[in-house]
Design a protein around this ligand. Structure first.
Ligand code: EPU
Length: 441
């Protein structure tokens, strides 16, 4: 992973062509790593991506006494006896994973402390659903300024009804329910593929759980879980992003290793924009020989158009003919990245109304959660400080589509969630040169 003092010089090289193999996702592997500490023997996670968040999660697990080893594309987690229930405050704000560790740490240690979670600055991102779920399981939970402390002699099954189908809160509740005494029902739960992947892993570890219609997980707690092996599915988010890289530059990229079923809504959106898709057992290719057309999209929970696809889609919209509308309904502040696209020449206006889809939770709020993008626009190179992982990738796409060099700083954000982006883009023909930050005179 790059040092924070590293920048990338992106020299646009025209249409990107080629094939990239996509490994598992950051949002699945990090949860598998947490699930593994519930077991009394080691687990193996295969098809692991080489991303910063895996190393960070490994450090957190190490701090509580677990062993984590990487062997090629495998990550092995040996939970051992779990010597500590405390995740050090040094991990404050680094990512969203500590809050998911609370339930497992209570099972393994009886008392737990996790520092305040961070993650990308894409909205308020409260943790109230997680905390309320843990309390329903019988934990005493205290939320302080430095972090969250909890204790429980024994957690019992609970009925958890989520106000919104939160991915993280569903995962928290699943990770807690599997070893709780008795039955748990999680209603209005998330059913994102990454959540299902983690549930499949828990089932292999010996958990008794099922997904019922209408977003309902039902779990019968068991007394112990054992280590398991699982191969991760290719990252649907990264796969979509590379298809967009081909289309934004007028080229054609083939992605290998991503299940079509996990991309269906994203692929439909590309098709609506005029892309031609070739899909077979080996991979998926997108090209747009006649150019791209504008689109109206609203992001949603699964199986809707995922919120992490909207940033590459926005870059595509800058290159599409006509007025596109993107309505973000999952996070209240997920358009922070567009100001840099505007500086590069994109014509984007943000609105607080719900445009391009039905009214969402943010209607009548002041959140600017709809974007209208007029295209096509010529993009120009710029000096850009990457604010977050997904916005960062969008800037890479914009820089690849621009007419002159861009310099990206803060690239460690991109490497936090994308597998070896320099190598992947080199395969596609994009010239990215890592460099040191220019020093001030
Ligand atoms: N929410 C609450 N209270 C809570 C939890 C969530 O109000 O206690 C709200 C959030 O503020 C948001 C909505 O519920 O408005 C959905 O949030 P969710 O909990 O589903 O998101 P998350 O678990 O924090 C994960 C991914 C995100 C991805 C979302 C949606 C990880 C580490 N992060 O976030 O990925 O966008 O689900 O699918 O799994 C990324 O990878 O860049 C990323 C942001």
């Amino acid at each position: 992973m790059s040092d924070p003092a590293t920048c990338w010089r992106v020299h646009p090289t025209g249409p990107l062509h080629g094939e990239v193999r996509i490994p598992g996702s950051k949002n699945a592997i990090t949860k598998h790593m947490v699930a593994a500490i519930l077991a009394d023997s080691p687990s193996v996670i295969d098809n692991a991506p080489d991303v910063g968040d895996v190393a960070l999660t490994a450090e957190m697990l190490h701090a509580i006494g677990a062993e984590v080893m990487s062997e090629g594309s495998r990550v092995i987690v040996d939970p051992g006896p779990i010597a500590s229930g405390s995740v050090p405050e040094a991990f404050t704000g680094r990512n969203r994973i500590p809050i998911l560790m609370l339930g497992p740490l209570l099972h393994r240690h009886g008392e737990a402390f996790v520092p305040m979670v961070g993650g990308d600055d894409i909205g308020g991102r409260p943790i109230d659903f997680h905390v309320n779920a843990l309390r329903a399981f019988g934990a005493e939970v205290e939320v302080g300024t430095g972090g969250v402390s909890a204790k429980a002699a024994r957690l019992h099954g609970a009925r958890v009804s989520l106000p919104y189908p939160s991915v993280g809160a569903t995962e928290s509740a699943l990770l807690t329910a599997v070893l709780a005494e008795g039955r748990t029902v999680i209603e209005n739960a998330a059913i994102e593929p990454e959540v299902v992947e983690m549930a499949l892993f828990l089932q292999r570890m010996g958990a008794r759980l099922e997904l019922q219609p209408n977003r309902r997980w039902v779990i019968e707690g068991v007394d112990r879980l054992h280590g398991a092996t699982r191969r991760l599915a290719g990252d649907r988010l990264e796969g979509f992003s590379y298809l967009a890289a081909g289309l934004a530059t007028g080229g054609a990229v083939t992605i290998r290793g991503v299940d079509q079923a996990n991309l269906v809504t994203g692929l439909s959106a590309l098709r609506r924009m005029g892309a031609t898709l070739e899909i077979d057992e080996e991979g998926i290719t997108a090209r747009a020989p006649s150019g791209l057309q504008a689109i109206a999209v609203h992001t949603d929970t699964h199986p809707g158009f995922m919120t992490d696809w909207q940033q590459p889609l926005a870059v595509l919209c800058t290159q599409a003919a006509g007025l596109s509308v993107i309505h973000e309904t999952v996070f209240d502040g997920r358009f922070g990245y567009v100001s840099c696209l505007s500086e590069m020449g994109a014509a984007i206006e943000l609105y607080d109304q719900c445009l391009g889809g039905p009214a969402c939770r943010f209607h009548e709020s002041n959140y600017r959660h709809s974007a209208v993008i007029s295209g096509p626009s010529a993009l120009h190179g710029a000096a850009i400080d990457v604010p977050d992982v997904r916005g960062g990738f969008a800037y890479l796409l914009a820089a690849a589509s621009a007419d002159s060099e861009s310099i990206l700083t803060g690239v460690h954000h991109i490497e936090r969630g994308y597998h070896r982006p320099l190598r992947q883009f080199a395969v596609l023909g994009l010239d990215i040169t890592p460099d040191s930050l220019p020093t001030r005179e």
